[in-house]
Design a protein around this ligand. Structure first.
Ligand code: PXG
Length: 446
């Protein structure tokens, strides 16, 4: 067996066939950055360099890489039962994992629908919301409200409620109808260099009242937001904002969906961001951290009322015509159970909360570095925004990403924002190294 870490570097022409996702393919294929091994907080490249992972892969490897209990659980399960059909058949790990997740979720969220990614979780949640109203006799409630700058994955539902222009414009005419958007909450004039939740902006949630007045509540199925908007460049919710969204949605019988694909499983210093912000939605989408990124898995946790609304037809009938071949895949379930156990055994959510002030201090110490126009953070998430080079949005951000990688630190770039989201096992010294690398890179940047 050839281990990945023993494989020779690929020749240039072997890089052509793979059309890489969300990647500058031509730039990458001219200057490949190839990872071949991972352990704890570190990757190893094909030329043998150790890279400090400042982003938990892509917001997902919350327990750190190649953790033994998770690896062994996957290996063992693969040899016992590789796959079991998910429709009209069951396997025990799926039920066990659902129970475990429900045990961590806020009341009254008590049922889990499984899928394989964040995008599928979002599309599942949106479909459940629309179907929920219909089974209750409110079939006119089909409208969905998202938010500017939101990222809800890449399905047609997700890009429709999403608010990232480059992800939408190519497909503008093909998106699902009946969607509107709240304004985003980013405001540098009011909130630059906030630590934790910014003070200004709760009133932006009142825009929902305006949309309700325009469309009428009887046409609106759900509002979906990321409690902390990650992918767009880390937008922490203003104080009082999520509470107000909850109030308004409840008042009008509109379901509130928190997309916690990034924020669930420890990222914000608790199992769910819902807990951190003290706001309970009707549904929570999750993915990524549930298996610490090891095996693809996603899901939707729904409230008691939402689930029960579907349990009303003839007993032998299928209640929801939705699901995936790999819903609750047995390897993902094995990985999920081992991951959640590891989070508990090592107290990693509490650890994230303990390390958060360290990350905050290290990042805010970069205030005053060249080009920096904002620094923001909460939990084990932080971002540094730099001024764009005139006429070339994102170019400076991409340079920072490349230079950090050259210096052995993996960060994530979105436009001119650099985000950090290390695994929850991160040590003080590793946070210091991320910050000092950024400081050096910023100092030498034009
Ligand atoms: N919802 C949210 C809130 C997400 O952050 C998805 C849905 C989609 O998940 P899948 O598993 O379909 O990719 C995401 C994914 C980044 C970055 O750099 C963010 C994501 C994925 C990759 C990169 O910020 N978020």
């Amino acid at each position: 067996m050839t281990l990945l870490s023993d494989a020779p570097s690929l020749a240039q022409e072997s890089l052509e066939a793979f059309w890489m996702p969300f990647t500058a393919n031509r730039q990458f294929k001219a200057h490949p950055r190839m990872l071949v091994k991972a352990e704890g907080m570190y990757y190893t490249t094909d030329d043998g360099r150790r890279i400090l992972d400042g982003f938990a892969g892509l917001w997902c490897c919350n327990a750190g890489h190649c953790r033994k209990p998770i690896v062994e659980a996957i290996q063992k399960q693969a040899a016992v039962m590789d796959y079991a059909p998910a429709f009209q058949m069951g396997q025990p790990l799926a039920f066990e994992l659902a129970n475990r997740i429900v045990g961590m979720a806020p009341d009254p969220l008590d049922h889990v629908f499984f899928c394989n990614s964040g995008s599928e979780a979002v599309d599942s949640a949106l479909k459940i919301a629309i179907a929920y109203h219909r089974v209750r006799g409110e079939g006119a409630r089909t409208r969905l409200i998202g938010r500017e700058r939101a990222y809800h994955g890449v399905g047609f539902g997700g890009i429709s409620v999403g608010g990232i222009p480059v992800n939408r414009k190519m497909y503008a005419g093909a998106m699902i109808p009946g969607v509107d958007h709240l304004p985003h909450t980013h405001n540098l004039e009011k909130n630059a260099f906030s630590r934790g939740q910014p003070e200004w902006g709760a009133q932006l949630a009142d825009e929902l009242e305006r949309l309700v007045a325009l469309h009428d509540a009887s046409t609106i199925a759900a509002v979906i937001v990321e409690p902390m908007a990650g992918s767009t460049g880390v937008l922490i919710p203003p104080r009082g904002y999520l509470e107000r969204l909850r109030e308004i949605t409840r008042k009008h019988g509109i379901l509130l969906i928190f997309d916690e694909v990034i924020t669930a499983f420890g990222r914000m210093g608790a199992a769910f961001a819902s807990e951190v912000y003290g706001v309970v939605p009707d549904m929570i989408t999750f993915a990524k951290g549930v298996t610490s990124g090891t095996v693809p898995m996603g899901g939707v946790i729904v409230s008691h009322d939402v689930y029960q609304a579907f349990m009303s037809g003839p007993a032998g009938s299928i209640e929801l015509f939705h699901g995936y071949t790999y819903s609750a895949h047995v390897l993902a379930c094995a990985a999920g159970l081992a991951t959640l156990q590891l989070y508990e055994d090592e107290g990693l959510f509490a650890r994230a909360a303990r390390m958060a002030p360290k990350l905050e201090a290290a990042l805010h110490a970069l205030r005053g570095s060249r080009h920096v126009i904002d620094i923001r953070n909460q939990g084990l998430v932080g971002a540094i925004e730099v001024a764009a080079r005139p006429g070339t949005v994102g170019a400076r951000g991409f340079d920072i990403f490349l230079r950090c990688f050259e210096k052995g630190v993996l960060v994530r770039q979105t436009g001119d924002i650099i985000a950090l989201a290390p695994a929850l096992i991160v040590e003080d010294s590793e946070i210091d190294r991320m910050a000092s690398t950024l400081r050096d890179v910023l100092a030498g940047l034009d």
